[in-house]
Design a protein around this ligand. Sequence first.
Ligand code: ADP
Ligand code: ADP
Ligand code: MG
Length: 655
Amino acid sequence: MKTLLVANRGEIALRVMRTAKRLGLSTVAVYSEADAHSAHVAFADQAFCIGGAAARDSYLRADVILEAAKQAGVDAIHPGYGFLSENADFAESCAAAGIAFVGPPASAIRAMGSKSAAKALMEKAGVPLVPGYHGDDQSFETLAAAADRIGYPLLIKASAGGGGKGMKIVNAKAEFADALSSAQREAQNAFKDPKVLLEKYLTRPRHIEMQVFADRHGNFVHLFERDCSIQRRYQKVVEEAPAPHFPETRRAAMAEAALGAARAVAYVGAGTVEFISEGEQFYFMEMNTRLQVEHPVTESITGQDLVEWQIRVARGEKLPLAQDQIKATGHAVEVRLYAEDPERDFLPQIGKLTHLHWPEGVRIDSGVRQGDSVSMHYDPMLAKVIAYGADRAEAIGRLHRALGETEVTGVATNRRFLRSIVGHPAFAAGEVDTGFIPRHAADLKAPVPDRTLMTALAVLAVLRKAERDAEQAIDPTDPWSPWGRSPGWRLNRDAYVDVALDEITVRAHYRTGGFVLDLPDGGSVTVSGVCGGDGAIAARLDQRSLSARAVFGERTLTIFALGDEAVFALPDPLAVGGGEAAAGKLVSPMPGQVTKLFVSAGQIVEKGAPLIVIEAMKMEHTITAPKKGTVAKLPFAVGDLVPEAAELLVLEDAE
Ligand code: ADP
Ligand code: ADP
Ligand code: MG
């Protein structure tokens, strides 16, 4: 194998190519028109444009990718995760073209592709299953009878599902019929297959999965487990290895079950067997026949490079290590940093990453660079931050500090939310289950930052910037130009300036080397220090010295200090009063597709009533009424695509 094509984008494309280069392979990237200037393209030895921005026009185009592979004369294709990674037809087309697919055989992908069929197979192999129904008979009578047998609460899952989509909890018999038809409809829409399965809904389970590996010589090993219990809407948020409070006997039993699952489908390559566990029990949930997003925690505790293993297996080599040579030491924790706004129900964010600073001492797997844009077309994950420590407490401490040193501006992120989870005492105690986030929701709302401190730093940054701007405006031929000095020094000792930030104005009195600020709460603080062109602040606030960072946006100033951040609005000289929402116009917060309309024109709605659902980037966002009113205009219908900031609806005051 000499040349490898990575049929993916972002962090996973980069991560795979890094290992490929280290192994002496030459690398080929593919990219959509939206990704022409992205990091994975720049990193590759060569790259092919494979179509338009939408995934179905590019990263899902198996035919175009294979054409690029042939043109570049590659020996192998790595699919990463998502996109074509679990597409058995694609794996087959690669083989037919004489190109190695870095993944399992198509037969194994197919066997595990349907959750129902996989469960039937696992049942035969003696792998424990959640009590439920996964039969082919999908008649209402059969499903309803099965539901009664299983009992409530129960979970309806799309058999072809993935990414947490198409799942419905049913709390009581009376809800079953409705929940079933809506689950079937969703499954048909999202996966083109209405087939469902039923499972007993476990109320406080843990998600624990086993990393398995197999080669073409009949060797099967596991590389221990990962605990991915901290989830939001069935999607992983924090992952760690090893699982906390997980006795050796249960680990051994789970490893045995996972290897049984892999053997049952004649698995080859990297795979993950996902289990759901409650108390002493654990049950097979599904097998993901690819490299998992959270594989770095396994790499951290085993010291192995799983992509290297994948490539070796694809080359026909034996697994690098036998089971008794695979050792786990220490502890690793990963978090997924997303461009999403926890304050607005985790709405995915799009926009330009105007500033990006990664922390030291942790592993960062990221596909974005400062200046890149987060688009509506792909998953809004910015980075995975992975911390390793000699033990769990050390790994957690390192991750908490690293998240405090992570700086992103231009889009809202879940950074502070992640930091609250990692810093939570229940997390430190290892009390992890899938109910963690809802249970601690109130605590996880990031605390309001120390506003006085942040305001003082913001004023310092504004004034130092004004001085720099003024210096640049000096006429070099006129050394006596009055514009060359800050206004405070040209006047008397008690000179001051007023700095407008957000809704407030702070009066800054000039003093030698700094300022005394009159704060909005009536107090005052002495501030001195520097803030350079790179935004690095070295400040002294009364008796306290600290370093911080200021990042100026078009109309905002973000201050990063003591692990926290605060965004200030800078005055807009052209501003006119009255936002659009106040006028009753509701605009789309992001580009997407209208998937639901709750209202029709002429209808009177109460404040807070759901109006319209927009889906984008695998997420649904419900727009609610900002006030009571009459729906006057409703230009879009279900299924329509809406651009960002499009007018979705006009609400007129109702009498
Ligand atoms: P995991 O258990 O590894 O998180 P998921 O089923 O949630 O598995 O999906 C794996 C990852 O694949 C997601 O986190 C996402 O980043 C990526 N992914 C899935 N579908 C898509 C898609 N259509 N476009 C881009 N990325 C995708
Ligand atoms: P996906 O293909 O979307 O990853 P999974 O079957 O792996 O679907 O389930 C995703 C998540 O949903 C699990 O990690 C778990 O949190 C939750 N879940 C799945 N099955 C059950 C169940 N029977 N009871 C409670 N929660 C479940
Ligand atoms: Mg899963």
